[in-house]
Design a protein around this ligand. Structure first.
Ligand SMILES: NC(=O)CC[C@H](N)C(=O)O
Length: 310
């Protein structure tokens, strides 16, 4: 790849996608997220040799939100193994919004359909082991610090508290899971862990580095250091394709064709197998909860660089 040319193309694509920031609105159901400047858009690409190519607001900090569901799943799979985890959470896309409750009751057994929807991620949080919340949270934070080489990654307390105060829907999901026997740990404690891992703060550059580790099947391609077992990385990338963009995952697979996971703070982590990790941040969302300019940026980039995996 000609890096100078790629950097220019990245700037051009960012400029073009910026026009889309006005087409969505910032998430407001978590009050702290509503404070974001809607005009922001940033992108960072991490290549296997560690090079970062960035454009726009790539140093602005935002919270991972649903992107963190990939990393809680990694820890839960490493600690419990596939058999135990998938006894409590399924592997199928839902076609429903990420915070929907409907299928929890209508589908039997009453387990969440996948770990990328809120109900599934809350069930996964219940499977993360440790002697207290701090230890359970740290297993995720420590992995992210290693993957990014950024020791300052931590929870944004204001966003965490803001969600904790207003998360009635997630509380309903968690209590339903408790009633169904899927959640066997303390409900409020498990929710606390979930809200905190959602509020882990990063930049598009950090997210690009995380995406590169998954693209390299779980290792840092520069050092060979392994952070995620290969099989677990494979499972995560597959979930990113089938469920990563919520109920827009099919459309995204056709239009963009890259494994990706979005969050309601406006972040998207994309991973192009063996080629690159991509971090995007654009806080205005479409009606499915995906960054509207971020999706457009990835669509343009995928076209320009032929990144689609299908
Ligand atoms: N889609 C998301 O990013 C959702 C995460 C958010 N913390 C929630 O539970 O609602």
């Amino acid at each position: 790849m000609d890096k100078a040319l790629a950097a220019k193309q990245l700037e051009a694509v960012l400029k073009q996608a910026s026009a889309y920031t006005g087409k969505g609105s910032v998430a407001s159901y978590i009050p702290e997220l509503a404070k974001e400047d809607p005009g922001q858009l940033g992108v960072s690409i991490c290549l296997p040799d560690g090079t970062l190519l960035s454009a726009g607001d790539a140093d602005v900090r935002f919270t991972l939100q649903s992107i963190s569901k990939i990393f809680s799943l990694i820890i839960a799979l490493c600690q419990n193994g596939q058999k135990q985890v998938f006894e409590r959470v399924g592997k199928e896309p839902t076609g429903d919004p990420f915070n929907s409750i409907i299928k929890l009751e209508t589908i039997k057994p009453h387990k969440p359909l996948n770990p990328m929807i809120n109900a599934g991620a809350i069930a996964v949080a219940g499977m993360i082991q440790g002697k207290n919340i701090e230890e359970r949270l740290n297993s995720i934070v420590d992995m992210l610090r290693k993957m990014t080489g950024n020791p300052s990654i931590c929870v944004n307390e204001a966003v965490y508290c803001s969600e904790k105060r207003t998360a009635d829907r997630n509380r309903a999901l968690a209590w339903f899971l408790k009633d169904s026997g899927i959640l066997t740990t303390d409900v409020e404690e498990t929710l606390d862990l979930y809200f905190q891992h959602c509020a882990i703060e990063v930049t598009a550059k950090d997210v690009a580095r995380m995406g590169m580790v998954l693209a390299a099947d779980g290792i840092n391609p520069q050092t060979g250091e392994r952070y995620v077992p290969e099989e677990v990385a494979r499972i995560c990338k597959t979930f990113m394709v089938t469920c990563g963009m919520y109920n827009a995952s099919g459309e995204f697979a056709i239009d963009v064709g890259i494994p990706a996971k979005s969050g309601v703070a406006g972040g998207i982590m994309a991973t192009v197998p063996h080629k690159m990790g991509i971090g995007v941040f654009g806080p205005t969302l479409d009606d499915k909860g995906n960054s509207v300019a971020g999706v457009e940026l990835l669509r343009l980039l995928s076209q320009e660089w032929k990144l689609g995996i299908f």
